[in-house]
Design a protein around this ligand. Structure first.
Ligand SMILES: [Zn+2]
Length: 115
């Protein structure tokens, strides 16, 4: 629908070989799925968080954008995507995610073919 963001549009980021704390590994690679587009309210929330500092900016950006992931806990249960679990991501993973979001956001105005 023109002029509205497509909240079902998603993009996947491959985080590399599975590091879930279970054997055998539940999948080959860990991955995170993001909402591809941000609405102006998402954007405002992220800008507003940025005015409070880097910590808020980074946290709010990830909680607004991460839609799903395939990460498992030590009991081989899916780790839910929540503000708390997002806040527990390690630095390397969060950095990888931010780099990816920077890339897709810089392409955001590019018209994508309808799938
Ligand atoms: Zn894994």
């Amino acid at each position: 629908m023109p002029r509205f963001v497509d909240r079902k549009a998603v993009v996947d980021l491959d985080l590399g070989p599975c590091e879930c704390p279970v054997e055998p590994k539940p999948h080959e690679n860990d991955s995170v799925q993001f909402r591809q587009f941000q609405s102006y309210v998402d954007w405002l929330a992220i800008v507003d968080a940025g005015s409070r500092g880097m910590e808020d900016y980074n946290r709010v950006r990830l909680t607004h954008r991460i839609k799903a992931w395939n990460l498992r806990d030590e009991n081989n249960k899916p780790v839910p995507v929540t503000a708390a679990t997002i806040a527990d991501l390690d630095q390397a993973t969060a950095n990888k995610i931010h780099g990816f979001l920077n890339d897709i956001d810089s392409e955001e105005n590019v018209e994508l073919p309808n799938g």
